[in-house]
Design a protein around this ligand. Structure first.
Ligand SMILES: *Cc1c(COP(=O)(O)O)cnc(C)c1O
Ligand SMILES: [Zn+2]
Length: 429
């Protein structure tokens, strides 16, 4: 028997079966996939999961696809790393990094959500798919659509990073640059999806897309030896990921795979686009839209679709939200790379800098088990580090030249260390 799942309105509870739809026709609230947990009992077990593939599809029986669905686009099952060296820098004794900078196939956590969305695009019979994107989603949709033989139209703000544009075009997708910000692009996509009957992963397929984010939570729990952490720090764009990690933890508790525990959720944004953290700090779930201006373009959604739910998730769990400046983001990217060997994009800089601040402000205690979600790869936003490193003069292939080089390096070192902004340190608040 297939595990039943269907769309359900988050506010009025009206159910819709399974159909490409994201907004309730009665009350205009978002729809969400509801999986029948009772039906999963006995099949979603630690043993069955351990026998599954080394991808997010090991959790297939709690994802919205038919039981006999054969995944064609494996994604996820990324490393959970202990981060002792970064931890020492920021006063954390039990810090882990969930490293979706190396999520396959396109190096961001968006591969997870697209994997589920395109499975459903095929089930619904769409031959053309698309998305509105701040970059990573564009890459993930383009790559996975190519593999599935679907046509893809990707709409992006015109000022997107060059690497993310190239990483979309190379897969043969049609990339449409829009003269406007993400919120303009998203509105246009809703109209296109309706007019042309295409499957837009974050518009009419959004409820299915969003369920893919649960796998981050499932993996964290399994990789911790089927335990839940005390805290999770999550970067927020539309605000979906943070709510879905919480949903995943609740499902694991409900099915008895982990001991019951209230995990605190901490949201991370860039100050230049911080509608959710601003609401959390003001003690409200009402999101005031912003006009984004930050180097963290993958998080630059000024009017986040799941903003109120993200704010509620944070408040109910006893967590908090913070936002950091572009200067702190760049320093944090360097800090994470230098301490743990993980090169993240700007969104991961946001997570790292916010994590540092949460420890500095005592919102997270040093010994608590904390997982910081690194969601994208630094090779996609190298322009954020433009000018951070000088191109050194080439030296002759002689030992004496190298010795002279070392001597000069020693002299420069003091200057460089004085210039550097220390993340979570005394000179950043
Ligand atoms: C999309 C994205 C997020 C946030 O996802 P939401 O579910 O929209 O909040 C975080 N990090 C990266 C790198 C992303 O691309
Ligand atoms: Zn409704």
């Amino acid at each position: 028997m297939a595990v039943a799942y269907e769309l359900r309105c988050r506010e009025c509870g009206k159910t819709y079966g399974n159909t490409p739809l994201s907004i309730c026709e009665d009350c205009f609230s978002p729809l969400e996939v509801q999986c029948d947990l009772e039906a999963a009992r006995g099949r979603f077990t630690r043993e069955a999961i351990a026998r599954g593939p080394s991808s997010m599809w090991r959790y297939q029986s709690l994802l919205p696809v038919p039981e006999d669905y054969v995944p064609a686009t494996p994604a996820g099952w990324t490393p959970l790393l202990q981060a002792p060296r970064l931890g020492r820098r920021i006063g954390a004794n039990n810090l882990f990094i969930k490293n979706d900078a190396v999520c396959l196939p396109t190096l961001s956590f968006k591969d997870r959500v697209v994997s589920v969305a395109l499975a459903n695009a095929q089930i619904f019979g769409f031959d053309t798919v698309g998305c509105s994107s701040t970059g990573n989603l564009a890459n993930a949709v383009a790559a996975q659509a190519a593999r599935l033989g679907l046509k893809a139209y990707i709409l992006v703000p015109a000022d997107l990073e060059p690497a993310k544009i190239l990483n979309t075009q190379v897969y043969g997708a049609k990339l449409v640059r829009i003269d406007g910000n993400y919120d303009h692009v998203n509105r246009l996509c809703s109209q296109i999806a309706e007019r042309f009957n295409w499957g837009f992963v974050n518009v009419n397929l959004r409820p299915y897309y969003a369920e893919g984010s649960k796998t981050v939570g499932f993996e964290i729990a399994e990789q911790l030896g089927w335990r839940l952490p005390d805290n999770v720090v999550v970067p927020m764009a539309g605000g979906s990921l943070i709510t879905k990690i919480r949903k995943a933890f609740k499902e694991l508790i409900e099915l008895g795979l982990v001991k019951e525990k209230e995990v605190r959720f901490f949201g991370a944004q860039a100050t230049g686009c911080s509608p959710i953290s601003t609401a959390v700090k003001a003690g409200t779930e009402a999101i005031e839209p912003q006009r984004p201006s930050t180097i963290a373009r993958s998080l630059a959604i000024g009017n986040p679709a799941d903003g109120p739910y993200a704010a509620r998730c944070i408040r109910e769990s006893g967590g908090w939200a913070e936002d950091v400046s572009d200067v702190e983001i760049v320093s944090a990217i360097q800090e994470l790379a230098e301490t743990e060997g993980v090169f993240t994009e700007t969104a991961g800089g946001v997570t790292t800098a916010v994590t540092a601040r949460l420890y500095a402000h005592g919102r997270i205690k040093p010994d608590e088990l904390t997982v910081a979600c690194i969601t994208g790869n630094g090779l996609k936003t190298t322009d954020a580090l433009a000018g951070a490193y000088e191109t050194e003069q080439a030296i002759r292939p002689r030992l004496t030249d190298f010795e002279a080089y070392l001597e000069e390096l020693d002299g420069d070192k003091g200057d460089r260390e004085r210039d550097r902004v220390l993340v979570g340190g005394a000179n950043v608040r």
